[in-house]
Design a binder for this molecule. Structure first.
Ligand code: URA
Length: 192
């Protein structure tokens, strides 16, 4: 899919390619800077996101906002998206088939933004994008480099709310992202 933001957003809004579109209030395409250096990818909209049509605006989203602030970033400076654009009923995990069907939209968003770093928030984002055999506990905190993009898997903010013991490792992962952003920025400055 090689298209403009306007066309992409229109296609997301019109999509009925999987059954998830039948039970939603709003599509949640994702939002933020179209030239973001950092992109964050979650699982799928929850109840609040479905009501507002915006990604990560519920309790997990509020924690995500604080996590970004801790590395001096605002939500407006990054792009926040999900694997699926429609809320799965009862907040269940999207089925692999639903994720696959929705994936061209996320890929098109990524192609338009061309982020330097992508944070995968939780197991669904990791498995959908990196392979079903991947485990978040094993992969978090370790860079995956794919087509020149630095990918950092980390725990989902909702997992941090359920299990505060995960906050420390998540903070370590965030610091790696902060430092990589600074490193990329300084190497770009020295070559320009
Ligand atoms: N959880 C997600 O994975 N995405 C959201 O947008 C909200 C909660």
């Amino acid at each position: 899919m090689n298209i403009s933001w306007e066309e992409l957003t229109a296609r997301i809004q019109a999509c009925t390619a999987c059954p998830l579109s039948r039970s939603i209030t709003n599509k949640v395409p994702g939002q933020g800077s179209h030239s973001a250096r950092l992109m964050l990818i979650g699982e799928g909209p929850g109840a609040q996101e479905d009501l507002e049509g915006l990604a990560f605006v519920g309790a997990a989203g509020q924690l995500l906002t604080k996590m970004l602030a801790a590395i001096n970033l605002t939500r407006e400076e990054v792009f926040i998206a999900n694997i699926v654009k429609c809320r799965p009923p009862g907040n269940r995990v999207p089925l692999p088939q639903e994720a696959e069907t929705c994936l061209p939209f996320l890929r098109a968003q990524t192609a338009l933004i061309r982020p330097r770093i992508i944070m995968l928030l939780g197991a669904t984002a990791l498995k959908t994008l990196m392979g079903e055999d991947k485990r978040i506990t094993a992969c978090r905190g370790k860079w995956i480099i794919s087509k020149g993009v630095y990918i950092m898997p980390t725990f989902h903010p909702a997992a941090l709310l359920r299990d505060p013991g995960k906050k420390r490792p998540a903070w370590e992962d965030l610091k790696l992202v902060r430092d990589k952003l600074a490193e990329l920025e300084s190497s770009e400055a020295s070559t320009s």
